[in-house]
Ligand binder design. Structure first.
Ligand SMILES: *[C@@H]1O[C@H](CO)[C@@H](O)[C@H](O)[C@H]1NC(C)=O
Ligand SMILES: *[C@@H]1O[C@H](CO)[C@@H](O)[C@H](O)[C@H]1NC(C)=O
Ligand SMILES: *[C@@H]1O[C@H](CO)[C@@H](O)[C@H](O)[C@H]1NC(C)=O
Ligand SMILES: *[C@@H]1O[C@H](CO)[C@@H](O)[C@H](O)[C@H]1NC(C)=O
Ligand SMILES: *[C@@H]1O[C@H](CO)[C@@H](O)[C@H](O)[C@H]1NC(C)=O
Ligand SMILES: *[C@@H]1O[C@H](CO)[C@@H](O)[C@H](O)[C@H]1NC(C)=O
Length: 593
């Protein structure tokens, strides 16, 4: 009896002790890391609360990044993974894995740090080259798990991601055994690791609204919305009008559904969209894209009996000009002070709102009463229009069974950018391919020298659409610069040739760049297949589409194109990579000392 009493007393005490261990905060993490792992506070200036139970502290000095976590995880947790990801997908994520080892005791296991990467939605595998250095790890019931490690900002290792000058997604997950963590024990936040000069920081803040709100950040609040309904949304001029673009759907049981509905936009005159934000009424909403309809597509949409919603897999979408992005759980996107996104112009009288629902558990009867976009617009126009340039490779012939198939390089030549009236400020980029997309890059050349890329996704995932921020050093595009776009595909899943086209089974290779001030007659800039000329202008010249589709009674397309080139309808374009000084990514190959 006394024995049992002692045991229950001990259990009671232990429980009390466990309950006393508070959930971590940025402050508690800093205290524990400096006291127990002897880190200097200035090594860990940055902090993000990844979840109620996990805090990440970080700091960058020179080319060394320090990462540290404090986490209160369930007993017998087998691993905690923290990863860097370009679009928030696990595919291609660069992971740090704290893996419990069998040494140590069940109550206080030993932990090993593994530098790993995730080739897909599968268990991460250790990098061939280990680039991390564990500074210390400790696991007590009071402080929970604390650990700190270092890595170069940009290791020379294709299995690592360099820390960018823009925010990057930080993923986390943990599990009771080395395997799938389930849908609960995981999450992601956007984190800016690198300090930036003031001017770039200001630009960053304008971009901030597209970030997934960290637990500590402000969410799009209902007071904000209430204020908007009253006509004066926070930070916007009086008289701004609000437009809600949403539609109700019943979400099918299958994993992936894309719905599309067309909307007629206010177009009695020209407006400026100053802000837009997501409206999310279903937890199954994955993301959405609003495409504006050019005049031709608008005519087709106007002629339709029903504007939708319809299943994207069953009907092709008419409108393909990227316009706005719906990312659930993010705050508003604000246009820069001196510019607005045009609405009501001939190319923006209709839009197609595509919403992607993800229902991995096959839930039945799920309804969304209406998700989409809330758009704040005004007829008091700002000095500049925001413009969009479409880069694309329209000729794609992808043979089946290729693990790495590169498209032809599509060139936006300096003869085209030379028509800019002055330097452009790039705001955002949006890459788009379909299911075979593997990676994508837009390179930048100036006067015979390749500069850092305008953007790239080293690991593309169709399931994770999102804006790709432009690195601070690449935000100015000068007249005379040349851009080249190249897509890489993996066609091992296909039996037949895949070609470019709008259907899901077709492929695409797009990079839309938003910028200001908008340049007149500047919507497209790209070349075709490997042909040495490019289109440059507001839209596709009719003679060219006729020639491409051999609609002119002659099959000699190449000869017709050469004629268009000599007529100045097309511009000469050659891949500038040949004969240019190549860009070399700066990276550190030595281990962290
Ligand atoms: C983590 O540990 C388990 C065994 O406990 C091992 O199978 C797995 O490979 C380890 N993970 C990594 C990334 O090293
Ligand atoms: C948005 O937030 C809700 C509530 O926190 C969550 O259930 C949902 O999964 C989130 N959606 C995405 C796409 O992150
Ligand atoms: C390219 O070089 C020429 C001649 O050196 C110079 O005049 C021009 O400004 C340069 N252009 C850019 C964009 O740097
Ligand atoms: C491939 O093409 C053949 C002939 O056109 C067709 O019969 C077959 O269904 C296609 N296979 C796939 C997997 O699309
Ligand atoms: C490259 O361009 C040529 C000519 O336009 C075309 O025949 C070829 O199929 C293209 N390659 C790919 C991979 O699309
Ligand atoms: C197509 O034919 C018309 C009339 O025959 C001609 O004027 C035009 O230049 C042709 N276009 C091309 C691209 O050859």
């Amino acid at each position: 009896m006394p024995h049992l009493l002692a045991v229950s007393l001990l259990l009671f005490l232990l429980q009390g002790y466990a309950n006393a261990a508070a959930l971590p905060t940025c402050a508690s993490a800093q205290a524990a890391l400096t006291a127990q792992l002897r880190l200097q506070p200035e090594q860990l200036q940055g902090c993000v609360q990844l979840s109620d139970a996990i805090v990440l502290r970080y700091g960058v000095k020179g080319d060394i990044a320090t990462f540290a976590i404090q986490a209160q995880l369930p007993p017998k947790t087998a691993y905690l993974g923290v990863g860097l990801s370009e679009l928030g997908s696990m595919k291609g994520a660069d992971m740090f894995i704290l893996n419990a080892t069998t040494s140590g005791t069940a109550a206080a296991p030993g932990w090993r740090l593994v530098d790993a990467y995730a080739p897909g939605f599968v268990r991460p595998v250790a990098d061939k080259q280990q680039d991390t250095k564990l500074l210390g790890v400790s696991s007590t019931s009071n402080s929970g798990l604390i650990a700190a490690w270092q890595r170069h900002v940009a290791p020379c290792d294709a299995q690592d991601l360099p820390l960018p000058s823009t925010p990057i997604h930080v993923l986390w997950a943990y599990g009771a055994s080395w395997g799938y963590h389930g849908t609960v024990n995981r999450g992601s936040s956007l984190v800016s690791f690198l300090d930036q000069p003031l001017q770039q920081q200001q630009q960053q803040q304008k971009k901030e609204p597209l970030s997934v709100t960290a637990a500590s950040g402000p969410a799009a609040t209902s007071s904000n919305v209430a204020a908007a309904a009253g006509g004066a949304a926070a930070g916007l001029p009086a008289g701004v009008k609000v437009l809600e673009l949403t539609y109700p759907v019943t979400i099918p049981e299958h994993t992936t559904t894309y719905f599309v509905q067309y909307f007629k936009l206010p177009s009695n005159k020209k407006y400026h969209i100053l802000r837009y934000e997501p409206i999310t009424n279903s937890q199954l909403l994955h993301h959405g894209v609003a495409y504006s309809c050019d005049a031709k597509a608008a005519a087709a949409v106007k002629a339709m009996k029903s504007l939708g919603p319809f299943d994207r897999f069953k009907h092709d979408m008419q409108c393909e000009q990227f316009y706005m992005l719906v990312v659930p759980n993010t705050t508003a996107y604000d246009a820069p002070q001196s510019a607005g996104l045009p609405m009501g112009t001939p190319g923006s009288q209709y839009l197609a709102l595509e919403l992607h629902y993800n229902n991995p558990e096959g839930l039945t009867g799920q309804k969304d009463k209406g998700s989409g976009l809330r758009v704040y617009y005004t007829d008091v126009l700002r000095p500049h229009d925001i413009g969009l340039i479409t880069l694309q490779q329209p000729v794609l012939n992808i043979p089946p069974g290729q693990a790495v198939l590169r498209s032809n390089v599509s060139v936006c030549p300096s003869e085209c950018t030379a028509k800019f009236k002055g330097p452009l400020t790039l705001l955002d980029g949006f890459f788009h391919m379909h299911g075979l997309g593997k990676s994508i890059i837009t390179r930048r050349f100036r006067n015979g020298t390749e500069l850092s890329p305008v953007g790239q996704l080293r690991s593309y995932d169709y399931e994770f659409q999102g804006n790709t921020p432009i690195n601070s050093e690449a935000r100015t595009l000068l007249p005379g610069d040349t851009l080249t776009l190249q897509c890489t595909f993996d066609s091992t899943s296909r039996r037949n040739m895949t070609r470019s086209g709008p259907a899901t089974a077709d492929e695409m290779c797009f990079h839309w760049l938003s910028y200001y001030p908008a340049q007149e007659d500047m919507g497209l800039c790209y070349s075709f297949g490997n042909r040495p000329f490019s289109v440059c202008g507001a839209s596709m010249p009719k003679q060219l589409s006729d020639a491409l589709h051999s609609r002119n009674g002659t099959s000699n397309v190449a000869a017709q194109m050469m004629k268009l080139l000599s007529d100045g309808v097309l511009l000469p374009a050659a891949d500038p990579a040949e004969g240019s000084k190549p860009y070399r990514e700066v990276c550190s190959s030595k281990p962290v000392a």
